[in-house]
Ligand binder design. Sequence first.
Ligand code: TYD
Length: 138
Amino acid sequence: MQVVKYMFQPHGDERGQLVALEEYKDIPFEIKRVYYMYDTANGVHRGFHAHRSLEQILVCIHGSCKVLLDNGREKKVVPLEKPYEGLYISNNMWREMYDFSPDAVLLVFASQLYDESDYIRNYDEFLKFTEEEEQKNG
Ligand code: TYD
C-alpha cells in the first residue's frame, strides 16, 4: 500500500511560519468541508470507518497523532507530527486515529459535504465493499 503524504510549502520568515493550501493545487480535490478534532481524551481511538467516495487530507496542525490505514489487504501506521505535512486518504480506506497528544489539533479537508450514507462503519461490510470494487475495476 502506498502512503501518500503531501509536504506543504511553509512560507517562513523571521516572524514565523505560514502554510497556505489551495484546492486542486496543494489539496488534490475541491475542498467542500473542513473539520477538526481537538481536546481528544487520553487513550481515545476514533475513526473506525471507510468512505464509499470521500477523499480527505489530514493535517495534524498542532501536537501529534497516529493514523492506521487499512485497504483490506494491508495495514500501515502513519505518524502525523508536523503542521506542514498532509496525509491523503482515498475512498475505500479504513482508518483509525489514535495516540493523540493532549495538545493535538487534527485538521481534515474533505472532498464532500457530510453524508452519513457515504460511511462504511462495519469492518466486514468494508471488506465486502473493497472486494466488489476490485472486481468492478478488474
Ligand atoms: P464521528 O463520525 O463519530 O467522528 P470520528 O470518525 O472521528 O470518530 O463524528 C462525531 C460527530 O460529529 C458525529 O455526531 C457526527 C458529527 N459530524 C458532523 O456533523 N459533521 C462532520 O463533518 C463530521 C466529520 C462529523
